[in-house]
Design a protein. Structure first.
Length: 199
């Protein structure tokens, strides 16, 4: 009878164990299927692109935050620099405030009347060359324009081995400061030394 009990117990164990083992085997198959799908997804180019894009987004956001922190201090620094500045930029020359005050007084008008002659192109070139705030490129551009009488941004860019847009930017800056005059022919803008009598 003891043998019979043992046999029944072992059979019951195998029956119950088999259902548990079947469930374990089924779970293992499901897990291996999911692992295969996961590996396929990881190997897929779009998934890799998504991971790369997420990393790029994270680094870009961090860089933008870093720039924002740096730029936030610039406003204060610019205000301090503007407060320290005691000169006014006028027509690309730095004119002391005392000169502007004396020019508004009536007894300075006699001096001004004697010296009210218009600037010639040569005087403009000499003033630009002597100006310490002008960089060497701008000084050379003024000299070239004086040599050729009139130039456009493309030819100036070729002479200085810079981009046309950079040459155009510098020429427009010189025009805004009152050193150059410009005229348009079709779609090309030509720059020349400003002649006071023509302006």
């Amino acid at each position: 009878m003891a043998k019979r009990k043992r046999g029944i117990i072992t059979r019951l164990r195998t029956i119950f164990a088999s259902s548990e083992s079947k469930q374990n085997i089924k779970a293992q198959r499901i897990l291996t299927d999911w692992e295969a799908v996961y590996k396929d997804l990881q190997a897929h180019p779009l998934t890799q692109a998504k991971v790369i894009n997420e990393q790029i987004l994270a680094t870009t956001n961090e860089t933008i935050k870093r720039f924002d922190r740096k730029l936030s201090g610039f406003d204060d620094r610019i205000v301090k620099l503007e407060q320290r500045r005691i000169k006014v930029i006028r027509n690309a020359q730095e004119v002391p405030l005392e000169y502007l005050d004396s020019a508004s007084k009536p007894n300075s008008s006699k001096k001004k009347g004697a010296k009210s002659g218009k600037e010639t192109p040569t005087q403009i070139v000499n003033r630009v060359i002597a100006d310490p705030h002008m960089n060497d490129h701008e000084k050379e551009m003024i000299k070239r324009i004086q040599e050729h009488k009139e130039l456009d941004a493309q030819s100036l860019a070729e002479q200085f081995h810079i981009s046309r847009s950079n040459a155009s930017l510098k020429l427009n800056k010189l025009h805004d400061w009152g050193f150059l005059s410009k005229r348009m022919v079709d779609k090309t803008v030509f720059y020349r030394i400003k002649d006071s009598e023509l302006a």
